[in-house]
Design a binder for this molecule. Structure first.
Ligand SMILES: Cc1cc2nc3c(=O)[nH]c(=O)nc-3n(C[C@H](O)[C@H](O)[C@H](O)COP(=O)(O)OP(=O)(O)OC[C@H]3O[C@@H](n4cnc5c(N)ncnc54)[C@H](O)[C@@H]3O)c2cc1C
Length: 387
């Protein structure tokens, strides 16, 4: 069965639509791009292979951001809408768990009448001609729109259409062990300082560690109710990820989660954590190891030389993959979503889609490339030192 989104949407609301967009991926970049393209006047269909509430052990620092910031674009009722950062932060300047930021953006996208979210939809291929761009799903459906945006992460399918000469992100040479412990599960003597907001960073042996205090699942900052997130940088277990097929050649496939991680590795990590990391982070790591609730993520990098091609464009980790050590991935995704929408709002209906996307590329490509390259200096030195 073939569905023509373009015809469906234009027929639904011909007066105010500036066209149609398909966004592949409903993680942070995809949701933010859905929102900004809607504000630019497009009807947006966001396609996501997984369900609506994915989990991640990562966290995002939204400390000191403008909680009342407004978008430069107007919403469908010609009102100034909250900025993406304000939606993501949900009224609280703090370190936030990735999952809580994702939930707030998803709720905002679901409430937008010009954005349709479709979960459990896997995009297998993309294409374009002079009149339209399209995606083909793994079910064999073809969906067409005026523009297709890849927000499909470091293993992007859309990137194959945008940069066929350079389709893959490559392994950066190390993995991160990620977890989030509940403060209430830790011994009272090993809890966070009452006023700690920012992360703790430290090295131990060949490894590196970032521990970050997070608000409780209920948003509480009360002592005993918070969460302790951590990212443990490890360049000594790459072989395990290769053996398990999570890194193939130079390409990162996926993470090891919970029971995927061998017992032997849990025991080694436990012994290392006892030696390397001070409290309260040691207790947080041991708690996650004890529950067999840990995520091992191989880190990828991608230096872009193209982020738009004809009617196809890339945002977020599909466009540029920088080491998490830069702490800039989310901020870069915000800038991509805003720049793309502003290029379309400024150009349409006078300019062609290709001209608008070229303008987007001019705005974003160089700074994104420079950031990835600066992060590579850390990656090379960290993976080289540990090897
Ligand atoms: C371990 C880790 C720690 C990080 N820490 C920080 C930090 O501290 N600060 C910071 O700013 N940034 C950090 N980042 C980066 C930041 O999280 C990302 O840059 C940002 O969230 C943007 O990701 P994304 O939405 O572009 O991609 P992703 O989150 O990878 O999302 C891609 C989405 O596309 C979907 N998808 C993929 N392929 C298909 C397909 N074929 N069909 C349909 N759907 C598909 C996936 O299911 C997924 O939902 C970190 C990243 C990692 C991996």
């Amino acid at each position: 069965m073939s569905t023509d989104i373009r015809e469906t949407h234009l027929a639904a609301d011909r007066r105010e639509s500036r066209g149609t967009a398909i966004v592949v991926g409903a993680s942070l970049s995809g949701l933010m791009t859905g929102l900004t393209l809607s504000r630019a006047g497009l009807h947006v269909t966001v396609l996501e292979r997984s369900g609506p509430s994915p989990q991640s052990g990562a966290a995002l620092g939204l400390v000191g951001v403008d909680l009342d910031g407004e978008s430069r674009l107007l919403d469908g009722s010609n009102r100034r809408a909250p900025s993406l950062i304000a939606i993501a932060a949900g009224g609280s300047s703090a370190m936030h768990s990735w999952s809580s930021v994702h939930a707030r953006l998803r709720i905002a996208a679901e409430a937008d009448p010009r954005v349709e979210l479709r979960h459990h939809t896997v995009v297998a291929d993309v294409g374009q001609d002079a009149d339209a761009a399209w995606v083909t799903t793994s079910d064999g459906d073809t969906l067409r729109a005026d523009v297709v945006v890849g927000a499909d992460g470091h293993r992007s399918v859309v990137r194959r259409g945008v940069a066929p000469h350079k389709p893959d992100a490559t392994f950066a040479g190390y993995v991160l062990w990620l977890g989030i412990a509940q403060e209430s599960d830790l011994p009272a003597a090993h809890r966070l300082g009452r006023h700690q907001e920012g992360p703790d960073m430290m090295s131990g042996g060949d490894d590196y560690f970032v521990g970050y205090p997070l608000l409780g699942k209920d948003g509480s900052s009360a002592v005993g109710s918070r969460q302790l997130g951590f990212a443990w940088f490890d360049a000594t277990r790459n072989d395990l990820f290769r053996e398990k097929g999570r890194i193939v050649g130079d390409v990162v496939r996926r993470s090891l989660r919970n029971d995927d991680i061998p017992e032997r590795t849990y025991r080694e990590l436990e012994a290392q954590a006892q030696k390397l990391w001070p409290q309260p982070w040691r207790s947080a790591v041991l708690d996650r190891i004890g529950r067999r609730r840990l995520i091992g993520t191989p880190i990828a990098e991608y230096v872009p030389d193209t982020i738009a091609n004809g009617r196809l464009a890339l945002v977020g980790n599909a466009a540029h993959v920088q080491t998490p050590m830069t702490g800039q991935g989310f901020d870069q995704s915000v800038q991509d979503a805003e720049a793309l929408a502003e290029a379309l709002a400024a150009g349409l209906p006078g300019s062609t889609m290709e001209e608008c996307l070229r303008s987007y590329q001019m705005t974003r490509l160089h700074s994104a490339r420079d950031l990835v390259r600066s992060g590579q200096q850390f990656s090379r030195s960290f993976s080289g030192e540990a090897a």
